[in-house]
Unconditional design. Structure first.
Length: 335
């Protein structure tokens, strides 16, 4: 069975290992069997960077280069730019009339992010309503499946609430509900063990990181503070090195053996860090090389993004037209 898939990333900086295990690796596999659209979400990036739009515009092509470097094929996956698709903003406006402020404030994902960013009463209105913008993105492409982490499930629930309410109001199944595609790996913690890996927190390894940067990052990783001597038994739980080995080492039996050895004592932190570094260097070296080649030709990156956005524009405009007809707002077109 073929799915229609919509996913994307905010253009707030180059992508990192958290993006890779959370979604990018999955997208590369999905593109061979399914109709996949990947969006550079620059509009959504502005919801908490409205005072610094240059940060967003400067990173659009960085994100595209990351997509290509990990193996997303523009011939198999539509890569598009959110701000160049006017249908998305118009759909967002229609859907906003179907959602209360109280419902948006109850969204667990939004509540958590508001607390993390310490917005309080300075909360940008655009940030509060971004679940509605996501609903517009998803429904514009008739997405049946959306790759997400568990923390994003409330966003899809809200999308489906909007879909059901809209279809009930117009009396027709115009919009399609979506299902999550969860990654096999949970959210990757930051190098410091403090919350998720994040560009803004500086606890991430970018996909384009150089060999020295990877080495320094791994050697500084949080392990077990009680594991003072090699002979001491150590804790695996909460140990970032083992968390990363679970995510990136293909030899699960070896990792299980190392965990048992670490727990009984006699295994030093440096040894497991070196194994992790070998895994990450092997993964990132080809990605880093391809990324450098792509970023050196920004004209080609722009061409690829324009081509995919044209395809996405046709699809999203068709959905917009169906929504307007169902609402009785299709009086005429200026095009």
């Amino acid at each position: 069975m073929s799915y229609t898939i919509l996913t994307g990333d905010r253009a707030t900086g180059p992508l990192h290992l958290g993006h890779f295990v959370g979604s990018l690796r999955q997208r590369v596999e999905l593109q061979h069997q399914h109709n996949q659209t990947v969006m550079v979400a620059d509009l959504q990036g502005l919801t908490d960077n409205g005072n610094n739009p240059q940060k967003i515009s400067a990173n659009v092509l960085n994100v595209v280069a990351d997509y290509l470097a990990v193996g997303i094929d523009p011939h198999k996956t539509t890569i598009c730019l959110q701000s160049a698709l006017p249908a998305l903003a118009e759909l967002t406006m229609y859907y906003l009339n179907l959602v209360s402020v109280a419902r948006l404030e109850r969204n667990p994902t939004v509540k958590n992010e508001i607390a993390e960013k310490d917005f309080a009463r300075s909360l940008p209105a655009g940030f509060l309503i971004y679940p509605v913008s996501q609903a517009a993105d998803i429904t514009a492409f008739g997405a049946t499946h959306v790759p997400v982490g568990e923390d994003q499930l409330p966003m899809l629930e809200q999308t489906n609430e909007i879909v059901r309410r809209f279809n009930h109001i117009v009396g027709q199944p115009i919009l399609t509900e979506c299902q999550p595609l969860l990654s096999n790996v949970g959210r990757l913690p930051g190098l410091d063990g403090q919350g998720k890996m994040s560009k803004s927190r500086g606890n991430a390894i970018p996909l384009g990181a150089g060999a020295d940067e990877v080495h320094k990052a791994v050697m500084s990783m949080f392990t077990d503070p009680g594991h003072l001597n090699v002979s001491d038994p150590g804790r695996v739980e909460g140990n970032m090195v083992f968390t990363y080995l679970d995510a990136f080492c293909e030899d699960a039996a070896l990792v299980a053996e190392l965990k048992a050895h670490y727990r009984r004592g006699g295994l030093g932190d440096v040894k497991i860090k070196r194994l992790l570094e070998d895994c990450l260097q092997s993964l990132l070296e080809p990605i880093r090389t391809r990324r450098a080649e792509f970023i050196a030709d920004k004209g080609e990156l722009t061409r690829i993004l324009q081509h995919g956005t044209r395809r996405a524009h046709q699809v999203s405009q068709q959905t917009l037209q169906q929504v307007k007809m169902a609402l009785g707002l299709d009086f005429f077109s200026l095009e």
